[in-house]
Design a protein around this ligand. Structure first.
Ligand code: ATP
Length: 329
């Protein structure tokens, strides 16, 4: 059955924090739409571009040579005005004027919250693609950028391990994930970290002395402790300060990896999955879906209502938390 529906023109935007692989998703959306006879408009600067009509027509050639690039060719932004009914009214009028029938939003749960509210107010469908390095969106095993960020962290921590071993040092390495410990947990396992401090297991990190001792600190030539940023213990610097008091003969250093975790050429996994999700988002719009996120669960494309994706919490696998402890003996 042909899926043309009533739609003739769709928009695509990237919103919230950037993530490597967003360009592959933009390309997936653009080329799938063109394949289905639709026109495609790129909306620049996230929701800000909806309010200021910052629109560009996307042809097939507009998305050439971007699949391997980090960042987002459409730029991304945070937009306070879209949080107001007046801002969203402007956005609707601009979309109508440009004859745009549906919008693909690539972003995190904040972006999906905005899209959901817009879809409650206006009959102009928004479909989401999960794009955030934190991998913390419910209903999908995978979010765009996570795999690249994880691999970037692993490469950086391996380098830190070399110097830590050479000097018998203890390193606290702070990685991104203020509210979700996926990057910290997986990179910790992948680099053989002696301890991993993540928001999901806050209570366990409270007794720092016992926590560090459980990593057998004294037996090893180097100790790496991965800390998710913004943990209630106060991040890597604050934790290292406390540990210095308890272990006065330890040579302690702190490294905060920061924004380098967001950049770089996306991994093959991010490119392929972002392409699949871009394709799936256009299919969803052609199927008259609205207020849903396309995700990947058990390697299958799934549709998850924004309502669920936003509200429900995605937990880390507790078996992996245990595994990390066992393997750091
Ligand atoms: P990241 O996970 O990388 O932070 P995000 O999509 O969660 O990405 P946010 O900054 O939370 O990033 O949200 C992006 C934009 O979505 C906001 O700047 C705002 O324009 C819109 N938005 C967020 N929450 C709302 C809301 N409650 N109502 C309307 N718009 C919203």
């Amino acid at each position: 059955m042909e899926k043309m529906g009533r739609k003739k023109k769709i928009g695509v935007l990237t919103s919230g924090g950037d993530a490597p692989g967003m360009n592959a998703a933009i390309r997936g959306v653009t080329r799938t739409a063109i394949y289905n006879g639709l026109e495609v408009v790129g909306i620049r600067q996230g929701y800000q571009g909806l309010i200021t009509s910052d629109f560009i027509n996307l042809e097939s050639s507009s998305v050439s040579d971007i699949i391997q690039r980090g960042g987002t060719i459409l730029k991304t932004a945070r937009c306070e005005e879209f949080r107001t009914p007046e801002g969203r009214a402007k956005a609707f009028n601009n979309l109508k004027q440009a004859q745009i029938d549906g919008v693909v939003v690539i972003g995190g749960d904040g972006s999906f919250t905005g899209a959901r509210i817009f879809n409650e107010e206006y009959d102009l469908p928004f479909v989401g693609i999960p794009g955030t390095i934190d991998n913390d969106i419910y209903g999908t095993d995978y979010t765009i950028g996570y795999d690249t960020a994880l691999n970037t962290v692993v490469q950086a921590v391996d380098k830190i391990r070399d110097t830590a071993s050479a000097h018998n040092r203890m390193f606290f390495v702070e990685v991104m994930g203020a509210e979700a410990g996926f990057i910290a947990l997986y990179s910790g396992i992948a680099t053989g970290a002696e301890a991993i401090i993540i928001p999901e297991t806050r209570g366990e990190a409270r007794d720092l002395k016992a926590f560090i001792e459980s990593g057998n600190i004294r037996k090893k030539s180097s100790n790496l402790i991965i800390v998710a940023e913004g943990d209630e213990e106060g991040g890597a610097f604050a934790i290292a300060e406390k540990v210095k008091c308890d272990f006065t003969n330890c040579d302690i250093r702190v490294s905060v990896l920061g924004h380098l975790q967001r950049g770089g050429s996306p991994t093959a996994t991010d490119r392929v999955n972002a392409s699949r999700l871009g394709h799936a988002a256009v299919e969803a719009l052609l199927d008259d879906q609205k207020s849903v996120m396309v995700g990947i669960a058990n390697d299958e494309i799934v549709l998850v209502p924004f309502r669920k994706a936003i509200k429900l919490h995605k937990d880390v696998d507790r078996n992996l938390v245990e595994l990390a402890k066992i393997l750091s003996l």
